[in-house]
Design a protein around this ligand. Sequence first.
Ligand code: 13P
Ligand code: 13P
Ligand code: MG
Ligand code: MG
Ligand code: MG
Length: 377
Amino acid sequence: MRITLSVIKADVGSIGGHTKPSERMLACARSEVAEAQERDLLIDGFVAHTGDDIALIMSHRRGKGHPEIHRFAWNTFMKATQIAREDGLYGAGQDLLVDAPSGNLRGAGPAVAEIEFDHTLAGHRPAESFMVLAADKCGPGAYNLPLYLAFADPMYCAGLMLPQMIKGFRFRIIDMDNTKGDSILELDAPEDAYHIAALLRDNERFGIDAIISRTHGEQAVAVSAQRLHAIAGKYTGKDDPVALVRNQGIFPAPEELLSPFAKAHYVGGDARGSHVMPLMPVPLNTAVTGMYCLPIVSCTGFSLDRAGRFSSGYTDFFGNPAWDEVRRRAQQKAIEMRSQGWSGAAMLPYAELEYSGFRETVGKLVERFKMRKDAAA
Ligand code: 13P
Ligand code: 13P
Ligand code: MG
Ligand code: MG
Ligand code: MG
């Protein structure tokens, strides 16, 4: 049986500033998902939030980019937006950037990650377990480093040395600066590891779109790599990517996938999407309320049964106290970076802030510069 996993996430309003969606909004999304299951559009669904973003995690038989699934997600976000408007919440409908999407939500604002596969529970996939990474307050390439380390570096994933993975993984990389459409390059790890790194080091321009097993041809990862300002033409909030990651067996194990997050690596994001700050792993349904506006990431694990349901429960990977140590370090890294205020590397370069109000402030000042007349003065 072919199964598609779709994760579609959007920020459509939040309480007390850009912190978290309201219970009423979440209840609305949950009841829409339950109703879609009743009418057999979805096999299963799960709703959660990371910061102010609501994620719809769904399994179905319609395939990737299916208009009915995408329209369902859009309509659900529209209904939650209506509630946010009625209740006077901040940023109501923020990520719904087009008037009426044509069918596929890619390029319409919400973050989309989807994988379609043969669901046999036999052969090289006797069990189907997967994880959903959902980030808030950060740029589109936030997963570039951790996914590279998990799928291309045996220092982080010793499993890469096993027969099932030793041929490596194919990285499908997207150039997010190309506004004409999806511009893609496929490179194979380990041979092309340095080329992959040369692209992925630029978190704002190049992102991982997919990672595929070279042994089995199975897709392990899908990421919602897109830039909101390329769609909106201006700053409308941060990109806040989601990723779907299948794990175990022919793919890395959860701990191999998550150990790179122990770095709390610096990414673009935070307040007004303008700073360089560490990515803090947090439990599911965490609000953004720290002393800054730290980029955060949650990770939820599920197992698919024979029918494609994942309602047996979920694992909140970053909910484990082991991650408290990383959270403390992330906070410490944040304090260090913010002690530098606006200077140099602490904030994103102007090219990145080009779509924000900073452009206007600096643009007006640049117009006032004059060539010095007297060279000796
Ligand atoms: P268990 O014995 O708990 O299944 O763990 C095995 C393992 O391989 C962990 O990666
Ligand atoms: P969101 O995209 O989560 O709304 O955050 C954007 C922001 O500008 C934070 O200050
Ligand atoms: Mg917001
Ligand atoms: Mg957000
Ligand atoms: Mg956002």
